[in-house]
Write a new protein. Structure first.
Length: 254
C-alpha cells in the first residue's frame, strides 16, 4: 500500500510540476512588472479592487474595498480619490464596477445571504448582479422596476463557502469556485449547474473566464492553477470544459 501511495504521489507531482514557462511548445515572455503608482487612503486591509470597464475618463477609474468600512473610487492616472463611500459594515469583502460608467451613488442595500458575502460580479450587459457567500449560495439580482433591486434566483450546488465568480463574455454562463474544492459552470437561463469540476485537492480561491470565451481558469490553495478548454459540442448540447493545463511551481527546502 505504501509503495502504491508513493507511486501515485510521484505521478501527481510529475503532472503538476509545471512553472508556466512554456505552454504549447513556445517559451513564454515574462512581463517586466514595475510599481507605477501607489494609492493611499485606506486604514485597514484591502480585500478587493475592480477596474471600470468604460470609455473615456470613466475608464481610468477603479474601486477598492477595505476592512475600514469604505469603498474608494480612484483616478488611476492621478491617484486622486474620486469618491469615498462609507458603508454600514466594516467587513467589506468585495466590490465591482457596473459597465455603464455612470457617476457613483448609493442605490440600495441587498439582503439575501445568510452569511458573509465574498464576491459580487456584474454580467457583461450590466443588467444582472451575481453574489456569492459563505452560505454556499450564488444569488442573482436584477432591477425589478423603479430602481428597486431584488433577487431573481438562488443557485445551489456548492456545499461550502463560495469564494469567487466570473461571467462568460455573453452573460449566458457563470463559473463559481468554492471551499468544497469544486468549480461549477452555471447555465443562467435554466438556473442549474451545467458542469462541475472537482480536480483541485484543496479550496478553490479564484476563477476567471477568458474574454475570448475559449478557456476558464481556477486557482486553488493546493498551489496550482488549472486551465480548462471549451470542447466542441453538438448544436443543441450544452458545452463542457476539459482540463488542458495544470500550472504549478513548487519550491522545496534544500
Amino acid at each position: 500500500m505504501d509503495a502504491l501511495k508513493a507511486e501515485l504521489s510521484a505521478e501527481r507531482e510529475k503532472k503538476m510540476d509545471h512553472d508556466g514557462g512554456s505552454l504549447g511548445g513556445e517559451d513564454a515572455v515574462k512581463p517586466n512588472i514595475k510599481n507605477r503608482r501607489v494609492f493611499k487612503g485606506h486604514f485597514a486591509k484591502i480585500y478587493a479592487m475592480h477596474w471600470a470597464d468604460a470609455e473615456g475618463e470613466a475608464g481610468k477609474q477603479l474601486v477598492s474595498a477595505s476592512q475600514d468600512g469604505k469603498l474608494i473610487v480612484w483616478n488611476a492616472m492621478s491617484t486622486n480619490k474620486v469618491h469615498a463611500i462609507p458603508l454600514r459594515s466594516s467587513w467589506v469583502m468585495t466590490c465591482a464596477f457596473a459597465q455603464s460608467g455612470e457617476a457613483v451613488s448609493f442605490v440600495q442595500d441587498l439582503s439575501g445571504h445568510a452569511k458573509p458575502v465574498n464576491a459580487v460580479r456584474w454580467d457583461p450587459a450590466g443588467m444582472t448582479l451575481a453574489s456569492a457567500g459563505d452560505d454556499g449560495m450564488v444569488m442573482l439580482w436584477r432591477d425589478k422596476g423603479g430602481g428597486s433591486w431584488g433577487p431573481v434566483c438562488a443557485l445551489r450546488g456548492h456545499c461550502a463557502d463560495v469564494y469567487d465568480l466570473s461571467w462568460s463574455p455573453n452573460g449566458e454562463e457563470l463559473i463559481s469556485g468554492s471551499v468544497d474544492g469544486s468549480c461549477i459552470v452555471w447555465n443562467i437561463a435554466k438556473a442549474k449547474p451545467q458542469q462541475t469540476m472537482r480536480d483541485h485537492e484543496h479550496y478553490v480561491q479564484g476563477v476567471a473566464w477568458d474574454p475570448c470565451d475559449g478557456f476558464v481558469v481556477s486557482v486553488s490553495s493546493d498551489r496550482s492553477a488549472r486551465v480548462y478548454a471549451a470542447q466542441k459540442k453538438a448544436a443543441a448540447a450544452p458545452r463542457e470544459f476539459a482540463c488542458a493545463n495544470v500550472l504549478s511551481k513548487r519550491t522545496q527546502a534544500p
